[in-house]
Ligand binder design. Sequence first.
Ligand SMILES: Cc1ncc(COP(=O)(O)O)c(C=O)c1O
Length: 408
Amino acid sequence: MTAPVRTRSSEDLIRAEEPVLAHNYHPLPVVVSRAEGVWVEDVEGRRYLDLLAGYSALNFGHRHPALIAAAHEQLDRLTLTSRAFHNDRLAEFAERLAGLVGLDMVLPMNTGAEAVESGIKVARKWAYDVKGVPADRATIVVAAENFHGRTTTIVGFSTDETARAGFGPFAPGFRIVPYNDLAALEAAVDETTAAVLIEPIQGEAGVIIPDEGYLTGVRELTRRTGCLFVADEIQSGLGRTGRTLAVDHESVVPDVLLLGKALGGGIVPVSAVVANRDVLGVLGPGEHGSTFGGNPLAAAVGTAVVDLLETGEFQRRAAELGAVLRDGLTGLVGKGVVGFRSRGLWAGVDVDPALGTGREVSARLMGEGVLVKDTHGSTIRLAPPLTITEDELLNALATLERVLARSV
Ligand SMILES: Cc1ncc(COP(=O)(O)O)c(C=O)c1O
């Protein structure tokens, strides 16, 4: 990295945000001005290892050369057309993305929440047009502790009061059941059910991994009862867990896949609903859309992301280094860590509450040059870019050990 561009100090910039930015976040007090690979640099030139990776939007690291090259090339040619016209990048993106996950068709959107909203619309339309559910009666079964985004429909079926309180009234038509509980799911599904919508691993809840067989059970149940299995892989997908998708660990193919975050290569927001023709084919002209969805810049970057994933290298790295992460965390249990859950390069680490909240531990790690994010209570989440080296990962684990030892 070259020398930092000095403008205003971190302290000054943080203070300047207060009166002009909505206070809907409580960031750690670090002001990033540059980044490359797994490293970010603040305005004073201090370097930090990024173990959050933009909530998995940076699976390929910051400014991956192939992704930056694809973006530059496209920026110099064509950036936006809207879907009022065709653009010469979209067909390839859709073909390649659908091929990567073994489904037929793609509905391109931008943010994760939009993909979820779009998935809900597709499922309801399918329920009325194909399944024959009476008008306006469709239900969708979701899991407690879910996180699917921040729109009013989505927070309406959240079980997190902070996400919901003050934002009602909410859309009807959702049933909430405990996660990882097939019997509860079975009891909630009936002839009005359009879909079961779940995260194959619940990221924001603290990287909660369901029992082996749960995803297979959801697949079997949805097929048997005639409703759609919608898997929100916005955070768990695209290499994070050591496979292209988290559902691949049980060789399960959902009816509808929701993708986002890493699909935009850490450059532009790119999300997608991916499904077979018998499902996504229910949408006709005028029934859904997005000015920016499927724009040529997004399509070029998204295609370059598929190129990277097709090599298998990132999935392999996540699996191999995931074993290193698991071993390292196992060694920390009893040394400030009370438990953890991990799959691939993704872990929810429960720190002994006596040592501080997740936020406090994150702040101490920041002081030692490692950026992480707390989820709930005393849980921190580790999700480094999949490009991290073994040495960098071991160093981060050593830093965590040091920080937890000092906290005792
Ligand atoms: C599983 C899941 N779905 C949806 C979203 C929403 O994505 P976005 O913030 O891009 O709207 C997130 C974001 O964290 C997520 O983890």
